[in-house]
Structures are given as structure tokens and as C-alpha cells.
Design a protein. Structure first.
Length: 831
């Protein structure tokens, strides 16, 4: 079949409307030479012919075969970016979007104004952009603004094998958008690129594509990789095992880079440290000179001093007073709130093994050890692409970011622990936890493949072949493993009311879709289904509730629905700047250094306890006292953000105060972005981000707590009462409506000693116990007032005697109330 494809110069399009064009690109000789080695180049004609002939095309090719860097260039050369049209490529990982746009710009010898990227917080897209790399969430948001994506002549969905939720949704949406565009005479193409051959979910899915799209396989020019299994049943201590294996490789085997796959950041650091100690490497004086001066104490004092003391009656927020949406155009900067990569931050560290010392390494050749994980600073990440210093061997310790999105040059040996860290959600309770599990056979083979890029290589699997045989063949699509309320809201905002009918490549469970609709109804984002119908109709109605005005306002904020509701309510009592700061801090992962983390070096170890005590004290200071303390962990976040901004957001301030600099930078960007979004939604409010935010008044703190309750209403917990204390271990424990097991306030929480009767929490993480994270105290009387949808109300009470309210023209009375799911007695409420 391949032979019948004519040479590029003689290719003539069959359709006169699409003349064959060729836009020249001026590549350097060096780039040209490197390109010629890439297998995808041999398929250029086949790919371009298929794209011309078909609206949908699937390309499968081994990682490193050149899909991401070359296919956009083919399209560019074939004239898909002429006039005002542009080529869009989506990536599930931010790291990939940024790094690939730089690489392609360099290869094409074009400035970044032309080959650009856009990720959640930043981008360099201009009016001259022709090739745009972006995260999948960014494109999803663009579809909300312009359903037909009129600027794009072609969309490439990259890394489709990762099956990220946004990628799946995009494929479903584009399966409809592309035919619509073609019908309207504005041709558009969709390319789906995958690193594995497993594409049946896309190609064989009648709901998606009526005729299966052509699949082009790029023959990998892969060198053979010898796979070595461990004989023994796998150990618990795979980090230790990885250490020994790496030492052995380095001491005994010929030159060539080593890539070690572990599951999380802490493991990566622990192994880096052990290897650096075993094979020392002196870099000379690269001590990072931090110039910025941040006077911690000063910043804190000013932040605190500005606190006003006022005693006024408690204010109350009004649930119906939210930002209403002028439906026309949104803000240019709006983007989706994108999920993060799965190598989670807070993981358990395996202790250092004293057996290290027995492994007497020959330190004559230094090992150049580099960590690689998604939360690593970008300049650190970029190091893996550069050649190691002469006379050293490169050794990259990575999480699964190195599996398919980034190809590290010069790797000959792969050490694979066979595990992956995944976030698991309990569908009913919403409890999430990071768990280390076995990876899939497909992933393990991907990892092995990294060793055969430049020459024949070896992969050492730290598990037996029997265990490998038990791995699942492929990884599950993410959409089947996580809550979908944000997706459902986004889809409703696209007027896709019947979400069950959406052409998902893999449909989420009906259970998950119903849970999402229920949450959105209880948040007021969807119209409540009429309760008059029969049960069966109600079930169906539940899955097709239309979006409400509040829901539209919420959908315009690039954060999860619970937080979007807080933003929508935040315009009251001038709370918006604070709510924006709190929501930003809550959606950025791991803003605080983990106080419980183990030491990264012996040196640190001795000082760590001291540091822990100091940081804990700093957090107590941020939490404040009295009224503000009741905002709990969210007040700590607010205090941290305020103090850090006051000090100019320097790395030094962060380091000294136990904040993650990268998180702080993200929070700052998100604050700006959310401020723009709020201004677009309700221009009358006119918020602006004041970096030097003054602390909230007591009055405002009360409102903030109420707004938080309105958003996190389904995360209410009540302290277990003495009479219900069935187990002494339940001392100070809390009960939630949906879980049998008790949950706890973490010792590091601001409210650990306060133990209010009612709290709301951001999420529950299961570590040694079920711990609530992001805890804030709730006044019992707010529950019936602000969460009537969760309460049961009794008949009118005799006392106080019902009265006529002339302003509303109704009879008012008090009613008793209970939290209906669990029957908690709540204060009577005026209605
Ligand atoms: P695929 O998408 O098929 O996995 P890529 O297009 O990402 O393949 O990679 C093709 C080649 O480009 C690989 O050999 C890779 O090492 C190289 N490459 C990608 N990014 C860079 C970079 N920033 N610097 C040097 N080489 C790079
Ligand atoms: Mg790629």
C-alpha cells in the first residue's frame, strides 16, 4: 500500500478546493540530520495523504518516533496554517506542552510567537501563532467560547493512550465538531496520536465514528531491549532494590545513561541522595545565590497589625446573591482547571537502608544523578535533555512522566520498579488517597522501550516474570476512576444536557454520572428535577437536568464546582479577593512543605525537628486567634498567601517559611486569572488583585466561613458526641453523613486543639488514619440557613409565635431542623 503513495512533489490533491501546497521551512543542517533518523519521517506521505482524504486519522507510534515534534511540522508544510488558520496540539501534561513547543520552534527555526504554547497559568500565544501546543483542558475551555473552533484547521490530540479525562472528552466533542465544520464548508481535521497500538476504544466505537478512521502505524526504529526479571518475589523495599541495581549497573556495565522508574517525589529524592552519596560528584561552586531579601518577621507583623478589631452582629451571606452572567464573550484568559499529573506530593518515604554502606561502589566515574517528576521546577526538568558533564554517566530518577511524554536522550539501561502511584477516589464518599499499585503490562513495556532509543539496551525489572503476567494488560481510562462533577458541569454549559448520551470513548459509570448531577443540583448549578414524576422518570430526569443561571456563572470559573460556587457567592461583603486567594490556594496542590516528611540529608535531619517546630509556630501565627482561627486551615492559607505576597513572593521567603515556591507562583497566577474571570462575569464588582491584601475583618471572616460552607456543604462533619462514642479510639473523632468510619482533624491542622462541633473539610485523605484536610469551623445555625437542601424541617413551632412580615407579605415562623441524612439535631430556623 505504501508503494502506491507518490512522491511529495507529484502529490495532487483530489479535491480542487484543497490545492497541494508546500510552505518551506528553514531548518538547520543539524536539525535536518536528527529528523532524518526519526521513523515518523518515513511515513510523512502516508500520513498527509490520509489526512487529506479523511476527517479523522489515528497515528500509532512508539515513544520517541517523532510524532509530537514532527507531525505538526508536516501539517504546517502542507499549508494547514496558512491565512488565519492554525494547528492545535493538545497534551495531557503541562510539562510536555511547554517543552515540545520550544523544541518544535527550535527545529523549525521559528520564534515562539509562531510556535507557541498555552497552559493553565501561562502561555506565549500571539496573533502570529501558527502552531499552538496546549494542555487538553485549555482546548476544552476554548470549545466553550467557540464550539466550532473556527481558528483551527486541524487539531492533534497527542498522548491519547494516556486516556486522560479531558482528552477523552475532547475526542467525543471533536467527533461531532469536525463533521459540523465540514458541513458548513469550513473543513477541519482531527488527528489522534497514541504511543500504543491499543486504539480500539476510538476506532471501533460506533458512537464516536460511524466509519472507523484509518490507523497509521509508525514502525519504530527501536533497538532491541533485553528484559531481565528479578528471580525473587518482589520486595516491599523497591527503592532499596533500585539502589542496588543501579549501583551494579554503574560499576559493571559499559557506558550509557540509566533511567530509574519510581512512583513519587519522595522516593525519587531518597534514591537520588543515596546514589549521590555512593558516587560523589562535585559540581564546583553552583551554590544558588538568592539575592532577594525578605524579612519574615516584618512581613508577618505588618500583616497581623493591619487586622482590625470590631465587634458587630454576625453578618449573613445571601444564597441568591451571586454573580450573574452576561452570556456573551468570556475573558480571553479563561482556561480549564486542569488536573495535575499523578505523581502525588505527599507520599510515604521508605527509610534509608543501612545496607547501602555494604554496597561498596567504585566511585571513580561520577554518576550524574538527576531527579525528574512533575512538580519539579522547570529549569531542573530541562536538565535531563542536556548532555551530562564529560566523564560522567547520566542517571535520571523519574516518576512515570518519563514513560511516554518526555524522551530522555542517551538512555541504555532502565530500572523499573513496576509500580505507579495513582490517586484513587471512593465514589460514594469522595475520599481520595494516593496508592502505589502495580502498573500495567503496556506501561512496563513502554518503560522498557526507553532503553532502546539510541542503541541496544537493557531493562531490569524489579519483579518476577510471574508477577508481570498478573499485571493488567492496559491502564484503565482515568474517566472511570475519578469524580466527574466538573466535567458534567462543563458539558452542561455546552448545552449537552443528556450527558449519558455523550460519545465518550469510555463511558463513566452511570453511578458516577448520577453522583455528579446530584452534587451539582445540591450546589444549585443545575435545575432540580421535578419530583412529581414516577421514580423511573425521576432517574432519567436526574441525568438530564439543565444548567441554571448560577451554574453558568460557576462554569465560567476554571475551578471545580464547589470552589466555583464560592467564587460566585464571594462578591458579598467585599469577600471576593479573599475567596479568590483561598480558592487559589485550595486548588493548587501542596502549598505547604510537609512537616512530617523525612529528612533529605543527614545534615538536614539534625535540624529538621527545630524547623518543624518553627514552621508549626508560623502556621499558628497565620491562623490567628478568635474569629479568624475558626476559618481554620483556610485562614492559614490566607495568612500564608498574604504574608508571602507582602514579602514579594521570593524563593527565600518560601524556603524560610515552609511554602513550596512553585505552588506560591501558581497561586499568584491563578489569583490573577480568577480575578479576570470574576471581572468578566460580574463587571459591576470590579475586583483587582491587591498583592498586599489586607487581612479580612472579623466580619469578613464570618462571611468567608459561610461562603466556604455553602460550597463544601456535602463535606460537613460533626464531632462524635459522648453518647455515640462506641470506641475509645473515637475520641476527638468526627462523623460524616456518608461514612461509617470516623474521620479526624490532623495534628497539623489549625483546629486540632479547637475541635468545633461542626466543621467542613476540603477533602479526606487516607494516610495512617482518615484525615480531613482544609478544615474550617461551622456555626450550627448556619447549616439549616445555608444548606436547606440537606435539611429536614419540622412543623412551625409555637414559640416564638408566628408573625406577619410586612416586607415580604408572608407569615414567618421558626421550624426545628435536622440534617436529614444522619438526623443531626440543628437549631430551629426562621422561615
Ligand atoms: P514521540 O512524540 O513520538 O514520542 P518526540 O517527537 O517527542 O517523539 O521525540 C522525537 C525526538 O526528539 C526524540 O529523539 C527526542 O529525544 C527528541 N527531543 C524532543 N525534545 C527534545 C529537546 N528538548 N531536546 C533535544 N531533543 C529532543
Ligand atoms: Mg510524543
Amino acid at each position: 500500500q505504501k508503494e502506491t503513495i507518490p512522491d511529495r512533489k507529484t502529490v495532487q490533491s483530489k479535491k480542487p478546493s484543497e490545492p497541494a501546497v508546500f510552505i518551506p521551512v528553514d531548518r538547520s543542517a543539524e536539525v535536518q540530520e536528527a529528523r532524518l533518523k526519526l521513523p515518523v519521517l518515513a511515513e510523512e506521505q502516508v500520513i498527509m495523504e490520509a489526512v487529506r482524504e479523511n476527517p479523522f486519522v489515528v497515528i500509532c507510534g512508539e515513544t520517541g518516533s517523532g510524532k509530537t515534534t514532527q507531525v505538526p511540522q508536516f501539517l504546517y508544510e502542507a499549508g494547514y496554517a496558512t491565512g488565519s488558520r492554525i494547528i492545535g496540539i493538545t497534551e495531557p501534561r503541562r510539562v510536555a506542552a511547554v517543552s515540545m513547543s520550544h523544541r518544535v520552534a527550535k527545529e523549525m527555526n521559528l520564534p515562539t510567537q509562531v510556535v507557541s504554547y498555552q497552559i493553565r497559568y501561562e502561555g506565549n500565544v500571539t496573533g502570529d501563532t501558527k502552531i499552538k501546543f496546549m494542555t487538553d483542558g485549555v482546548l476544552l475551555k476554548e470549545i466553550q467560547k467557540d464550539f466550532l473552533l473556527q481558528r483551527y484547521s486541524v487539531i492533534i490530540i497527542d498522548e491519547a493512550h494516556e486516556r486522560s479525562v479531558y482528552t477523552d472528552i475532547l475526542i467525543g466533542l471533536l467527533s461531532r465538531i469536525v463533521p459540523l465544520r465540514n458541513k458548513k464548508g469550513m473543513p477541519m481535521k482531527l488527528l489522534i496520536m497514541s504511543a500504543t497500538l491499543r486504539v480500539e476504544d476510538f476506532t471501533e466505537n460506533q458512537k464516536l465514528f460511524r466509519t472507523p478512521p484509518p490507523v497509521i502505524k509508525v514502525d519504530a526504529r527501536q533497538f532491541p531491549v533485553t528484559v531481565h526479571f528479578n528471580k525473587r518475589t518482589p520486595l516491599e523495599d523497591y527503592t532499596g532494590e533500585a539502589f542496588h541495581k543501579t549501583c551494579k549497573i554503574h560499576r559493571m556495565l559499559p557506558p550509557g545513561g540509566i533511567l530509574v522508574f519510581l512512583t513519587g517525589q519522595a522516593e525519587v529524592h531518597s534514591l537520588c541522595r543515596r546514589l549521590r552519596k555512593a558516587f560523589p560528584f562535585r559540581k564546583g561552586s553552583t551554590a544558588a545565590a538568592e539575592e532577594e531579601e525578605a524579612d519574615t518577621a516584618e512581613a508577618m507583623r505588618k500583616f497581623k497589625k493591619a487586622k482590625q478589631k470590631k465587634n458587630v452582629s454576625l453578618p449573613r451571606i445571601d444564597l441568591d446573591n451571586y454573580s450573574a452572567l452576561p452570556v456573551d464573550e468570556g475573558d480571553e484568559d479563561r482556561e480549564a482547571g486542569i488536573g495535575d499529573e499523578e505523581d502525588g506530593g505527599s507520599d510515604l518515604e521508605l527509610g534509608d537502608n543501612p545496607a547501602d554502606l555494604e554496597d561498596k561502589a567504585d566511585p571513580s566515574i561520577p554518576l550524574y544523578v538527576l531527579p525528574l517528576y512533575s512538580l519539579l521546577a522547570p529549569e531542573q526538568q530541562a536538565k535531563v535533555f542536556r548532555p551530562p558533564p564529560p566523564g560522567t554517566r547520566l542517571c535520571v530518577i523519574a516518576t512515570n512522566v518519563a514513560e511516554t511524554s518526555l524522551t530522555i536522550p542517551g538512555i541504555k539501561y532502565v530500572v523499573d520498579c513496576g509500580r505507579v502511584k495513582k490517586r484513587f477516589y471512593d465514589r460514594v464518599t469522595g475520599v481520595s488517597s494516593f496508592k502505589v499499585t502495580w502498573t500495567s503490562q503496556a506501561s512496563a513495556n513502554q518503560r522498557a522501550g526507553r532503553a532502546g532509543r539510541t542503541e541496544a539496551g537493557h531493562c531490569y525489572r524489579l519483579y518476577s516474570s510471574a508477577v508481570f503476567g498478573d499485571f493488567s494488560q492496559f491502564s484503565e481510562a482515568e474517566i472511570t476512576r475519578r469524580p466527574v462533577e466538573d466535567l458534567v458541569l462543563q458539558m452542561k454549559d455546552l448545552n449537552i444536557d443528556k450527558v449519558v448520551n455523550f460519545p465518550f470513548p469510555t463511558t463513566p459509570s452511570t453511578e458516577a454520572l448520577i453522583a455528579a448531577e446530584e452534587l451539582l443540583v445540591s450546589l444549585g448549578a443545575l435545575e432540580e428535577p421535578s419530583r412529581s414524576g414516577r421514580m423511573k422518570d425521576l432517574q432519567r430526569a436526574k441525568l438530564s437536568c439543565p444548567i441554571s443561571a448560577l451554574g453558568r456563572a460557576m462554569a465560567s470559573f476554571p475551578v471545580a464546582p464547589r470552589y466555583a460556587k464560592m467564587l460566585a457567592l464571594g462578591k458579598q461583603q467585599d469577600c471576593l479577593p479573599y475567596i479568590i486567594a483561598v480558592v487559589s490556594a485550595m486548588t493548587v496542590r501542596e502549598i505547604f512543605e510537609d512537616l512530617d516528611r523525612p529528612a533529605r540529608s543527614d545534615d538536614e535531619s539534625s535540624k529538621l525537628n527545630q524547623r518543624r517546630a518553627r514552621l508549626a509556630q508560623m502556621r499558628r501565627l497565620w491562623a490567628g486567634q478568635g474569629a479568624s482561627l475558626l476559618l481554620g486551615d483556610l485562614m492559614v492559607m490566607l495568612g500564608a498567601v498574604g504574608a508571602c505576597e507582602f514579602a514579594g513572593c521570593t524563593p527565600k521567603f518560601c524556603e524560610e517559611n515552609g511554602l513550596r515556591y512553585k505552588a506560591v507562583v501558581e497561586i499568584r497566577k491563578l489569583r490573577g486569572q480568577l480575578t479576570n474571570a470574576v471581572n468578566a462575569v460580574c463587571p459591576d464588582v470590579g475586583v483587582f488583585v491587591d498583592p498586599k491584601m489586607t487581612p479580612p475583618t472579623e466580619h469578613q471572616v464570618v462571611c468567608l466561613r459561610q461562603i466556604v460552607l455553602a460550597g463544601l456543604g456535602d463535606h460537613l462533619a460533626r464531632r462524635i458526641q459522648a453518647e455515640d462514642m462506641l470506641d475509645p479510639k473515637w475520641k476527638n473523632a468526627y462523623k460524616t453523613p456518608l461514612m461509617d468510619d470516623p474521620v479526624f482533624i490532623h495534628p497539623n491542622s489549625a483546629l486540632f486543639k479547637t475541635l468545633p462541633e461542626f466543621v467542613v473539610y476540603q477533602e479526606i485523605m487516607e494516610t495512617s488514619k482518615m484525615y480531613m484536610r482544609g478544615v474550617s469551623a461551622v456555626q450550627p445555625e448556619w447549616v439549616p440557613q445555608l444548606l436547606p437542601q440537606y435539611c429536614h424541617f419540622g412543623p412551625p413551632l409555637d414559640s416564638p409565635v408566628p408573625w406577619f412580615c410586612s416586607s415580604t407579605g408572608t407569615i414567618r415562623c421558626h421550624r426545628s431542623s435536622t440534617f436529614f441524612r444522619v438526623g443531626w439535631q440543628l437549631p430551629a430556623v426562621e422561615m
